[in-house]
Design a binder for this molecule. Structure first.
Ligand code: S3P
Length: 175
């Protein structure tokens, strides 16, 4: 199962919680990528540009997507590549984790990982979130089997909602 959505949506905390509830393994693709290349995402962006990072991200997804009983927390830009979108849709359920711009901005500002790990993508700040969401929302939408809002909700609640929605979907598919 793949959790997609913008930076700050809560993909990693929800992946961890959901995997715990399901007895599955969870993986944060950005963390695995940093370990694989021994550099922070920020450093990869600085040294090889965004395209260098996107190539590595695509290759990593190809390697891991086939694993069963895994919840993958993906990077916010993974949906930009049509190969990634097809791969996720073929390999498992895709869950779009959402929040409004103000909430995303607030979370990003208070997350210590932002400075160390998240390279600026364009102009930074709220304007960056608004501009990128205009481009990415249709792509998240295109990929997602279900959509789950996270505003004012805890990871445990959100994970339960995802499980309920997926069991409905599974019933429909099997039925
Ligand atoms: C990116 C989001 C980041 C990371 C990279 C690019 C993006 O992941 O993959 O900095 O393009 O939105 P998070 O969504 O986990 O912050």
């Amino acid at each position: 199962m793949f959790l997609i959505g913008f930076r700050g949506a809560g993909k990693s905390s929800i992946a961890k919680e959901l995997a715990g509830q399901l007895g599955w393994t969870w993986i944060d693709l950005d963390t695995v990528l940093e370990a694989k290349y021994g550099r922070s995402i920020r450093a990869i962006f600085e040294q090889e540009g965004e395209q260098g990072f996107r190539d590595k991200e695509r290759e990593l997804l190809e390697q891991v997507a086939v694993r069963d009983a895994h919840v993958f927390a993906t990077g916010g830009g993974i949906v930009l590549d049509p190969v990634n979108r097809d791969r996720m849709r073929e390999a498992g359920w895709v869950v779009w984790i959402t929040a409004d711009t103000a909430t995303l901005w607030q979370r990003l500002q208070s997350d210590p990982a932002t400075g160390e790990r998240r390279p600026p993508l364009t102009v930074g700040g709220r304007a960056e979130i608004e501009a990128l969401l205009r481009i990415r929302e249709p792509l998240y939408q295109q990929c997602a089997d279900i959509v789950v809002d996270t505003v004012n909700r805890l990871p445990a609640e959100i994970a339960s909602t995802i499980r309920e929605k997926l069991s409905e979907l599974n019933k429909r598919v099997e039925g």
